[in-house]
Design a protein. Sequence first.
Length: 369
Amino acid sequence: MKSVGILGVGQAGGNMAEIASVLGFQTALINTNQRDGAVNTRVERKYFVPGYNGAGQDRSLGMRAVQEKYREMIDFVLGSFKNIKLLLVAFSTDGGTGSGMSPLLIDLLIDQLPGIKVGAIAIIPERNVLAGNRINTAECIEELSQIEGISSVFLVDNDQMRKLKPQSSKHEIYLSANRQTVEAISHVLKITNKSSFYGNFDETDLMNILGTRGVTLISSVAITDTKTSAEVSTKVQSSWENSIFCPVESQGVIRAGLIYEGPETISKLINVPSIFERVGEPVQLFEGTYLSETDPTVTTILAGLYFPTRRLLSLEESLEKNKERLQNLVKKEHTQKYESSISWASNLKIKKTEKQTVSITSKLSKYKK
Ligand SMILES: Nc1nc2c(ncn2[C@@H]2O[C@H](COP(=O)(O)OP(=O)(O)OP(=O)(O)O)[C@@H](O)[C@H]2O)c(=O)[nH]1
Ligand SMILES: [Mg+2]
């Protein structure tokens, strides 16, 4: 059994948990909307918050659901995962349910799950989403970044997938993003089960890295046909730009993993200081070398990174630019009135309501000659 569990919250979280189930993770989901969660058939354990029918992009509704039902939610989580070392709560930051519930829920779970670290898989929306979604993301990330005892936060960037596949439908973007995220985590877990003569990367190493507070990124890159250390370093560094996670923006990785799989000849080209030049040397590095005749691949895990200010500002900027227009739009909701210029014409439609009955005798006399 894998030592990482995935708890999906809200629709995107449920979809992430669905793929995780397929890849053999222990999973569960929580939603305010039963119909959304029902489609994730591979997830066996589900908790639907009674009395809710979705949060309609309203984070405060999601948050309220936790305030009302946190006891049930904690019990549900305790009963859903067995022998895990890390629980990752997956959700989108721009909806209502997952975005509103998750920071508070994570904060509570940190103290309520003995011996289990709690981290997050938080989805950042594409650049073209509308104001309401941007506001949700900004609020959610701010709350998430303030949680004291939190472990790794994986920031899944839907925009990264859009860059790779500009013509895809939303659905394809979501599915590929979910798959890549769960595969990256699954890949590093699988490595911990392999043995090597030359340097094992074991589960304790991995948990040490993933237990780090801050933003975490996992990336893998094939280094087939590379001839120099500099080329290898460049390829590894560009894998940090092209993974499904928000690209690294600044120095400051705290703990890292560096795993090489492939033939021995190419393993000699790995030069740790040169690889880490861009992000700064971490406090601790956990290495693994697995010699085989497969394509040479370097997998890196960078933990303890700063939240990517530039990426988040790109979401906030358009709010700032449209501040007045947005404020006016919202004000208008309650102030707007339509005044018709033809109100006089309403009289045209007034029917005489009371019909005067005329007596038979008077009608008869009217026709009398
Ligand atoms: N990567 C990924 N992103 C998704 C997926 N589904 C939705 N999203 C993102 O999540 C946003 C919508 O959030 P949902 O997860 O549907 O919201 P929710 O948590 O269910 O909250 P409410 O529907 O408001 O109650 C979209 O704008 C996308 O950014 C998914 O399966 N994968
Ligand atoms: Mg939903």
